[in-house]
Design a protein around this ligand. Structure first.
Ligand SMILES: [Zn+2]
Length: 442
């Protein structure tokens, strides 16, 4: 078969099972489970992969799933990845009445995209026309929630990282993968639509504790050291820095006070804060963090308090989508959706973060957005309303892109690989960065 014949057959195969795919999308949307608890979701996608005739490994990072479909040659290995986790949104009308979980970020649609790609390329037998292997990944825990539960899992030795993709990297699950196709629904339009190219900030999460000296706040404040004033001085120092960051670095420093003292009649001696420090590059994030730490120490010093800074509270690397891979996807999106519905978003930057950035620091990755939902993700208005746009179209775009990558001696994929410059030489250097560089950012 020629490349265009394979592509047409893949798109026809996905179109032919549109009803089945929409059913899967509905099932998964109605099965919201939060990170590292995706038991039902894991079993569901495993059964679909097995029905496609693939060998499946599950229970990776507790709930993750990996299925493999060999091509006729094994020149490269392309992964199609979906996130499995939901949010806790007990006030959403469609939440699980027992757990309060809801797919308010639409990750169920990502998983349906992965399943649809498997139906279109593997169940159809077309993978045997391709010159590379396909790997299908269901990855747990993208949302940074229930951190106490996750830290408990880390303490119990069940996982090492509170993010699913970071755990997959640590376990070596990306070692044999050459490139990754992910995707994400957006609440911007119910119509079939595609945006490819955005970049995202990285984020470094940190915990901070100011230690002062308690004393009677009325009788003997002179005997105390006020840890809350230390925190306030630190916040003012951080605010004094804000104007000094380069616009291009997109630095964000946001924080909350989780403990502000024990009682108003005692000089606060124990004040705790949680921080996120974000920026568009690893260098800018590390530099901004060092300046935040200086401001924190300055705040403590100003009133004679102590400060403990924990930079090991986790974080995600900045995310850049691969340009060459993105161009292939964009061409297919234009073909399938029409140019007016396929937007080139390279050059647009978002202040938010995703753990796809960690994967993209090691292998070429795309994370296009697609339409089909209304309302802001994570908001109570969010809902998937156009099931064809949310479940069928993105599977077609992923399958068509894979055909471009893996036909004719995997020429497309080899071109993507050739142009890619990883941020780290490999998994070991990546892990060392988190262990040493961020940990020692002070
Ligand atoms: Zn999301």
């Amino acid at each position: 078969m020629t490349k265009s014949e394979i592509k047409k057959a893949a798109l026809d195969a996905i179109e032919a099972c549109r009803g089945e795919l929409i059913g899967m999308g509905r099932d998964l949307y109605a099965m919201p489970e939060t990170g590292f608890r995706e038991e039902k979701t894991s079993a569901y996608i495993k059964q679909v992969f097995e029905a496609c005739g693939m060998s499946v490994r599950d229970r990776i990072a507790l709930t993750g799933v990996r299925a493999v479909a060999p091509g006729r040659a094994h020149i490269v290995n392309v992964a199609v990845m979906g996130e499995m986790d939901a949010l806790l949104m007990p006030s959403h009308a469609r939440c699980d009445p027992v757990t309060g979980a809801f797919h308010g970020c639409g990750h169920s649609a990502q998983l349906t995209t992965v399943l649809g790609t498997a139906l279109g390329l593997v169940r159809s037998g077309l993978v045997k026309e391709l010159d590379g292997d396909l790997t299908f990944l269901g990855v747990p825990a993208e949302e940074s929630i229930e951190l106490e539960y996750r830290r408990g899992l880390v303490k119990a030795g069940k996982i090492n990282s509170v993010s699913g993709k970071q755990e997959f990297i640590r376990l070596g699950e990306f070692d044999d993968i050459d490139m990754v196709l992910c995707s994400h629904i957006m609440g911007q339009t119910a119509d079939a639509h595609s945006w490819i190219g955005h970049s995202w900030n990285g984020v470094l999460n940190k915990s901070v504790r100011f230690r002062g000296k308690g004393a009677h706040a009325g009788l003997a404040p002179h005997d105390g050291i006020n840890a809350l004033e230390a925190a306030l001085c630190a916040m003012n120092s951080i605010n004094a820095l804000r104007e000094s960051f380069r616009d291009d670095d997109h630095v964000r420093i946001h924080y909350i006070v989780t403990k502000g003292g024990d009682s108003p009649n005692i000089v606060p001696d124990d004040v705790r804060m949680e921080f996120g420090v974000r920026a568009a590059t690893v260098e800018a994030m590390t530099a901004a963090n060092a300046r935040v730490n200086r401001a924190l120490r300055c705040g403590a010093e100003s009133v004679g308090a102590q400060v403990d800074i924990d930079d090991a509270a986790g974080g995600y690397l900045p995310c850049r989508q691969d340009r060459a891979l993105g161009e292939l996807y964009l061409a297919n999106a234009r073909e399938v959706l029409g140019a007016e519905n396929a937007e080139d978003a390279f050059g647009s930057h978002r202040g938010s973060s995703t753990d796809c950035g960690d994967v993209a620091s090691l292998v070429p990755l795309i994370h296009p957005y697609f339409g089909g939902a209304v309302g802001t993700p994570h908001g109570n208005e969010f809902d998937i309303v156009n099931e064809y746009a949310a479940y069928v179209v993105p599977a077609k775009l992923a399958a068509a892109t894979i055909v471009d990558l893996l036909c004719d001696g995997a020429k497309g994929a080899l071109g993507v690989k050739r142009e890619f410059v990883p941020a780290f030489s490999g998994r070991e250097e990546y892990l060392a960065y988190f262990r040493d560089v961020l940990g020692a950012a002070e």
